[in-house]
Design a protein. Sequence first.
Length: 236
Amino acid sequence: MPDRSTGLGLIEIMVAIALGLFLVASVAALVVGQLAEQRRLLLESRLNQDLRATADLIVRDLRRAGHWGSAERGVWSGGPTAPAANPYAGLHPGADTAAASLGYSYSRDTTEDQASGNAEKFGFRINTNTRAFELRLAGNDITPGNGDQWQALTDPALLRVTRWQVRHESRSVSLLGHCAIPVCPTGSSTCPPTVRLRQVHIELDATDARDSSVQRSLVTRVRLRNDEVSGACPGA
């Protein structure tokens, strides 16, 4: 009997090659997309981690605001001597206001010297030139200034801070009920004594320096541990 078997024709070979190329292209596109997605996830994870680390530094240091090595001197003992004022009191921005910089003070003295020196004033800001987030190491006043000493906390080659805002929220509570004479004299500017409960609302936005489409925002609140006491009891 004659041999009726035949091989692949040119058309079949071309179709097979076309299908193979299509499969290879599909797999290559899938791999490229997967690699791009992994890179984006890595950038997002790193940006999140950098923002969280920065926020943690802010919270840890800000909670020290107003720390005074002789805080007992600010408590009225019931005698004729009025309590001393905390030399490390104050916060920028002022009560119930917002700003793009943060300034505060706390004691770092081994032996309390009852004075807030330049090396005891701290704060945070954005460097408008490099977009780095900076910590103040020394300053002349509670309000940050251009002559202060700053140290970058973020690497502008990796992360750029696009927006930073703090809002100081304050609430005063009267202490008159704890005074021996619970009635203030008429026209008194120091009575009643009050304690100010302070909280700072922080908003921080940043973008990856290598991919501007990778953006993250962080919002947190910090309750200051060292409350400010002002005023005096009647007769103090």
